[in-house]
Design a protein around this ligand. Structure first.
Ligand code: ACO
Length: 326
């Protein structure tokens, strides 16, 4: 066992005030509350207001995570923002967050792995902490995904929402079975055409919109998430029965339910927030975690299983014993 432990000690979240229900969407998109709920489990989503940006959402979530940990911004050495919807092509959203929250001593950069961004960013932050790049990291998933939606494409525009979640990772010099127990990442660029944005600085010189072959994404999601979760469990020498909570990426209730069945977990061990948040891409796992910590379901010392897949394709899973040994 490594002589160090990377703990996940705190979580924070932020949702923009503007709530848009399926009924609201039906006023300008050819869809219905019944269709959206039956195919996705979504009932509403939050959208940013005019002038509100991804960095603003991320900073709110980061400040809440700091407050929950009774830490100051100066305690943070590293900020990684996982996002597909940065405020600008450059500089990074993370540097804007660093300035907004006053974490003047932190290095800062973004990670782009779409819906798997949070899992990727946690893995990168853990490696950097173990490599001596600091003692405490803020890992934030933040998205204004509404900015990428094509309101003429009802097969995608009903699926997504905006929001942010943040966790604090801390390295300690004692070996323990707390914190990040395992983390597994994958990528396969051969599948880029089933889920992508049709714009970008070097191709079209504009932002573009989300394009997706939903059935194909669904098929890959269930198969790849089940396999990567098996890998993460094997790497930690654990079984599904050891998991206290599955905290999955919140893309679609049917993908989440399929994972629950494949892992043979009781339904009450699965955190589901897709109904209220929709798919917030990189923000969805820390938002779900913050919800479950906030309502008292996730407790200090609980074992969390997290998994996500996104455009690329990119996917991964992490097992974390949450909190801090007393
Ligand atoms: N409202 C009403 N009808 C709709 C809508 C809508 N918003 N969207 C599609 N339809 C219609 C279609 O036109 C089609 O009609 P037709 O039968 O007359 O041709 C019918 O509904 C069925 O369409 P499908 O695309 O076959 O619907 P499907 O059952 O595959 O559900 C969905 C679509 C929900 C996107 C599903 O494929 C899915 O969940 N895929 C997973 C992808 C996902 O969750 N992506 C999120 C981003 S990626 C990620 O985070 C992992």
């Amino acid at each position: 066992m490594s002589k160090q432990t990377v703990l996940m000690t705190s979580v924070g979240a932020y949702l923009p005030a503007n709530v848009v229900t399926n009924e609201d969407l039906s006023a300008y998109v050819d869809t219905s509350d019944e269709w959206i709920q039956r195919r996705t489990g979504i009932t509403q989503r939050h959208f940013v207001a005019d002038g509100e940006t991804t960095a603003d959402l991320a900073s709110h979530a980061a400040n809440q995570a700091l407050a929950n940990a009774a830490m100051q911004p100066k305690d943070i050495d590293l900020i990684i923002v996982a996002t597909t919807t940065p405020d600008n092509t450059f500089p990074s959203t993370a540097t804007k967050v660093q300035h907004q929250i006053g974490a003047t001593g932190a290095i800062a950069f973004d990670v782009q792995a779409v819906c798997a961004g949070f899992i990727y960013a946690v893995d990168v932050a853990e490696a950097m902490l173990r490599g001596g790049r600091g003692r405490r990291a803020l890992v934030i998933g933040a998205e204004s995904f509404s900015k990428l939606l094509d309101w003429q494409d009802r097969t995608t525009c009903v699926l997504f929402g905006d929001g942010a979640g943040a966790v604090i990772l801390e390295i300690t010099d004692e070996a323990s079975d707390w914190g990040i127990r395992s983390s597994v990442l994958h990528a396969d660029g051969a599948h880029r055409d089933i889920l992508y944005v049709d714009g970008g600085p070097s191709s079209t010189n504009d932002v573009g919109h989300v394009r997706m072959e939903g059935k194909e994404v669904f098929r890959h999601a269930v198969e790849k998430l089940a396999a990567v979760m098996d890998e993460a469990l094997a790497a930690a020498d654990m079984q599904p029965q050891d998991i206290d909570w599955l905290v999955p990426h919140q893309a679609n209730i049917r993908i989440i339910d399929a994972m629950q069945k494949k892992m043979q977990l009781p339904s009450e061990k699965v955190i589901r927030t897709v109904a209220a948040h929709a798919n917030t891409s990189a923000a969805s796992i820390p938002l779900a975690l913050a919800t479950a910590v906030g309502d008292g379901r996730v407790q200090n010392g609980d074992l969390l299983a997290m998994e996500a897949i996104g455009g690329g394709l990119v996917w991964g899973a992490a097992l974390v014993k949450f909190g801090r040994p007393s």
